[in-house]
Design a protein around this ligand. Structure first.
Ligand code: EPZ
Length: 427
C-alpha cells in the first residue's frame, strides 16, 4: 500500500487561504545562518520536508538546531564537520548551499553532489566557476564537491554565463566571506535571491543590488546571528492562483507579495480571469469562458518555470490552442503523459507543448514525478470528472505545506489515503 492524495474533482474553490513561507528562500537562508558567530532565529519557515532535511544536515554537522511552529533556532558554533551525509544531501538540490558556508566557517567543504527534482541536466559548473574565481580550490572526484579556500581567497569580478539561481546564491554566500570587493554580473533576480541578500545584510554583511543583475559585495566582515522572517512562497501563491482560476473559483490569498506574481497575473488576465490585489492580498475570480494563451518560461521577472506545470494542467481544458515554451530546463514536460491519460490533448515537441483544449479531463490514477509535476496533478485532479489518486506525494510535501488541508479549506474534496500500488500503471 502507498500513501496517495485522493481528489474528487469538480468543486469550484472558494474562500480564503494563507500562503506559507518561501521554500526556495528558506533553503538558502538556513545554510546562510552557518556563517554567523552567534545564533539566528528564522521565522515563517514552511513546514515541509526540505526544511526538515536541512535541519538534520546542520545538526549532523554539529550545529544546535531546533525547529518548531515555523521558527528555526540555529546556533552554528558547534559545527566541526564539513561532510554532510549523502543520504540527506541527495534529497535536495539546495544541499550544495552548504559548500560556501562551510568554506566560510571551516575553510573546507566535502559535500556530495546534490539531488533535487529530475527536470533535466542540472550541472553545477557556474557555481564551480564562481567559487574558483574567488580563489577556492574545487575537486569533483568521487561525486563529492571537495572545496577548500586558498591564500588567494578574495573578492573579484564574476560574470555568470546564465542568471542561475543556485550559482548566484552560492557565489554570494562565498563572496561575503572573501576579503575585498566582489561584483556578480548577470546575477539571477528571483525574490529568493533578494531575501537571501537581505538576511546576509541583517547579519552584518555588505550586499547591494540584489534584485538587479549586478550584485556588489564587500566581503570579509564579521557576521552575527540575526532574527529574520522569510518571504511568502511565490510558487505556492501561483499554484493557488492557478487552482482557483482552473476551477472557476473565487479565492483570496493572504500573506502574498503581489509584485512577485506579476508575470502570472498578466497571463491570467489575458485568459479572462479576474485578478485583484492590495497590500498582501490577491483575489482570483474566474467565471465564464477562458481564452487560450501562449506562455514562455523565463528567469525572473519572466514567467517562472516552476509554474509551467500547473499552468499547462489548467490550459488542458481551455478551448482553443495554447502553447507553453519551457526555456529554462530541457526536460520539464514528463508529467504531460499523465495529463494525457486523463484525456488531455497535448503535443510536446522538444521544449514546446501545444495544448488543444478538451471539454473535460477524466479522473485517473496518476503519478507526481517531481514537485511541480505534483502541482500539475493536483490542478488536473481538481478539474477532472471523478476521483483521482495521486502517488508520489513525498515530492509534493517537499514544497507545499499542508496542501491537502489548504485545499479542503477552499472546499475541495481532498484526502490522503493508502491505496494498492498495483492500481497505478508503470511510468
Ligand atoms: C532553482 O534551481 C530552484 N531551486 C528551482 O526550483 C527553479 O526551478 C530554478 O531555480 C529556476 O528558477 C531552488 O531554488 C532550490 P538554476 P537551480 O541554476 O538553482 C542551468 C522547484 O520546483 N545551469 O537557475 O538549480 C540549469 O541546467 C525547484 O522549487 C547550468 O547549466 O536553477 C538550468 O537549465 C525546481 N549550470 C538553468 O541553468 C549551472 O551551474 C537554470 O538553473 C547552473 C545551472
Amino acid at each position: 500500500m502507498i500513501e496517495t492524495l485522493c481528489i474528487q474533482g469538480g468543486t469550484r474553490l472558494r474562500g480564503e487561504v494563507s500562503v506559507s513561507g518561501g521554500k526556495n528562500a528558506a533553503v538558502a537562508i538556513i545554510p546562510a545562518a552557518v556563517l554567523a558567530d552567534s545564533p539566528s532565529t528564522i521565522e515563517n519557515l514552511p513546514d515541509i520536508d526540505d526544511v526538515y532535511c536541512l535541519r538534520d544536515m546542520l545538526k549532523w554537522l554539529g550545529a544546535d538546531v531546533e525547529f518548531k511552529d515555523g521558527v528555526m533556532y540555529i546556533d552554528p558554533r558547534g559545527i566541526t564537520k564539513d561532510n554532510p551525509p549523502v543520504d540527506l544531501v541527495s534529497k535536495m538540490r539546495a544541499s550544495y548551499y552548504l559548500v560556501p558556508v562551510l568554506l566560510g566557517r571551516l575553510g573546507s567543504a566535502n559535500v556530495p553532489m546534490p539531488g533535487g527534482c529530475n527536470i533535466g541536466k542540472r550541472p553545477i559548473d557556474y557555481t564551480i566557476k564562481g567559487l574558483t574565481s574567488l580563489g577556492v580550490d574545487v575537486d569533483l572526484a568521487g561525486d563529492v564537491i571537495s572545496a577548500r579556500v586558498t591564500d588567494n581567497f578574495k573578492g573579484t569580478e564574476i560574470f555568470l554565463d546564465f542568471p542561475s539561481v543556485g550559482a548566484t546564491i552560492n557565489t554570494m554566500l562565498a563572496a561575503v566571506c572573501a576579503e575585498g570587493n566582489t561584483t556578480i554580473h548577470n546575477a539571477a533576480r528571483e525574490p529568493h535571491i533578494v531575501d537571501t541578500a537581505n538576511f546576509l545584510s541583517s547579519m552584518g554583511a555588505w550586499v547591494k543590488g540584489a534584485g538587479t543583475d549586478v550584485i556588489r559585495i564587500r566581503g570579509g566582515r564579521p557576521l552575527h546571528g540575526s532574527n529574520y522572517a522569510v518571504i511568502p512562497d511565490q510558487i505556492e501563491t501561483g499554484t493557488l492562483m492557478i487552482a482557483a482560476a482552473a476551477t472557476h473559483g473565487d479565492v483570496t490569498i493572504h500573506g502574498a507579495i503581489p509584485t512577485h506574481m506579476e508575470s502570472l497575473t498578466a497571463k491570467l488576465l489575458e485568459m479572462g480571469v479576474h485578478v485583484t490585489d492590495s497590500d498582501d492580498l490577491i483575489r482570483v475570480r474566474s467565471e465564464g469562458i477562458l481564452r487560450p494563451i501562449s506562455v514562455k518560461t523565463q528567469v525572473y521577472p519572466g514567467f517562472p518555470t516552476d509554474l509551467q506545470q500547473p499552468m499547462t494542467a489548467m490550459l488542458a481544458t481551455v478551448a482553443g490552442e495554447s502553447s507553453v515554451n519551457e526555456t529554462v530546463f530541457e526536460s520539464r514536460f514528463k508529467y504531460v503523459e499523465e495529463l494525457k491519460r486523463m484525456g488531455a490533448d497535448i503535443d510536446v515537441d522538444n521544449r514546446i507543448a501545444r495544448i488543444h483544449g478538451v471539454k473535460r479531463l477524466t479522473a485517473s490514477s496518476i503519478t507526481a514525478t517531481d514537485l511541480r509535476a505534483g502541482a500539475a496533478m493536483i490542478v488536473a485532479s481538481l478539474i477532472a470528472e471523478g476521483e483521482s489518486s495521486i502517488r508520489g506525494i513525498h515530492y509534493i510535501l517537499r514544497g507545499y505545506e499542508r496542501i491537502d488541508e489548504k485545499l479542503r479549506l477552499l472546499g475541495a474534496d481532498v484526502r490522503r489515503r493508502l491505496v494498492d500500488e498495483n492500481m497505478f500503471p508503470n511510468v
